[in-house]
Design a protein around this ligand. Sequence first.
Ligand SMILES: [Zn+2]
Length: 216
Amino acid sequence: MTALTPAEAWAQLEAGNKRFVDGRAEHPHQDAARRAELEGSQAPFATVFNCSDSRVSSETLFDLGLGDAFVVRNAGQVISESALGTIEYAVALLHTPVLVVMSHQNCGAIRAAIDSSTPDADRLPPHIADVIAPIMPAVQRAVGAAGAQVDAAPIDAAQIDATEVAREHVQGTIGELLRRSEIVAQAVADGELAIVGCHYRLSDGAVTSHVVIGEV
Ligand SMILES: [Zn+2]
């Protein structure tokens, strides 16, 4: 396991993202020597849970290489049994000191959740609807936060701020992780894990944090 504390691990991710934003990426740990070093074991210092979107590759935007991050991805980074189990594996067996839950600008899953929240929305194909469903509470919270009369008038999808929904969704996802995973909650309580909720901007490459659970 890595010797880094949660704060040190998060600092490394922040530093890597800064290099990426500034166009100074070092592309570390991507050579044959690193590959050979990792053949028998891995000790990643971060777990990242983010969207499958092709523009949001965690290793690239945090300037990482082989063996650095244990990455869990699905459309819209929604909690599922598979995602929970994969994250628990990283926390319980690999002891990664930081878990990043990251949304991003112009997310298709967030967009689909917003668009399907209106009364006249087209029905989504069933498996896609399953992926979108966990994002719907975040849409409702974002509408509520904006002061809209949810019950009084139909929701106007164009009026819903997608960035706000993304942030609400990250916050809700972290809350659900802590509620449903004893392993994750215990690691945080023991000071062995910090969780950082973030949003990634496609426009400039910056990752900004808005939720921190634990010490970073
Ligand atoms: Zn996305």
